[in-house]
Design a protein around this ligand. Sequence first.
Ligand code: NDP
Length: 281
Amino acid sequence: MTLIDGKKIAAEIRSELKAEAADFQAKYAQQVGLAVVLVGEDAASQVYVRNKIRACEEVGIRSFAHFMPTDSTQKSVEDLVCALADDDRVHGILVQLPLPAHLDAERILSCIPRQKDVDGFSAANIGRLALDEEGTVACTPLGVMELLHRSGINVAGKRAVVVGRSKIVGRPMMLLLLNADATVTVCHSRTNELKRICSEADILIAAVGKPHFITADMVKQGAVVIDVGINRIDDKLAGDVDFDRVAPKTSFITPVPGGVGPMTIAMLLKNTLDCARRSVR
Ligand code: NDP
């Protein structure tokens, strides 16, 4: 069994991106820029946003942080996002979710032009992914593909099973694996025979949001297991996979924490740099 060290791989990627961001700045006389919009006081969101800003600084991407009060109006948030859309210094715009309940998130996200949609959540970018055309792909599933690639795991021809079909993880994950020539099955809460399907997977991706949901009897001997889940139990993080019992059966497995998590921010930085590059083409 090989442990996939997401922390180490993400650090390697960040150091590559640092050199690429410096090249971009030297070539085009402008710094790569990412705008981050946070509305409200949600504690977890504040930590995520701070981590994203710190990661930007570390690789030489300029961050434009906008903290708005919880009672911000729909119009004030839309006006801000539209202004960022018109700002040439900003190559990527990220609106931290979830937004306060009184705001219409869809309408706010629709103010982000496709070219600056660093999260890859827009219908235009998801459509491009579905058509296997160039575009921006959601950071977490993109990070999973990068982990597989950098661990020397070839997915072509393999049987891949994704548990979870959310817009931000499961669905784009399915499309990325399909585009990479895997044979893909997607499972969800209405799936019959989940255990049997999972136990046929060469590559099993868990994005369920339930601690220790994937048990050893659901995993084929020698499978690659990628655990996207982040669950909090008594202030400790747990994945969706029963790591201690599953790991001995696998050829490769990601831990939680230190697996997929660090890759998400690394891919956000990569997506921002890619948006900047496309803006000067
Ligand atoms: P969602 O809650 O949006 O989706 C969960 C999916 O799991 C749904 O498709 C749901 O099915 C499915 N599911 C729930 N229960 C079962 C079940 N009993 N059997 C089979 N499928 C089931 O979660 P996300 O996709 O946003 O996130 C998944 C996990 O990944 C979470 O733990 C989250 O914290 C973590 N995460 C980690 C990130 C990272 O950076 N590492 C980034 C984003 C998320 P249905 O559609 O039928 O409801």
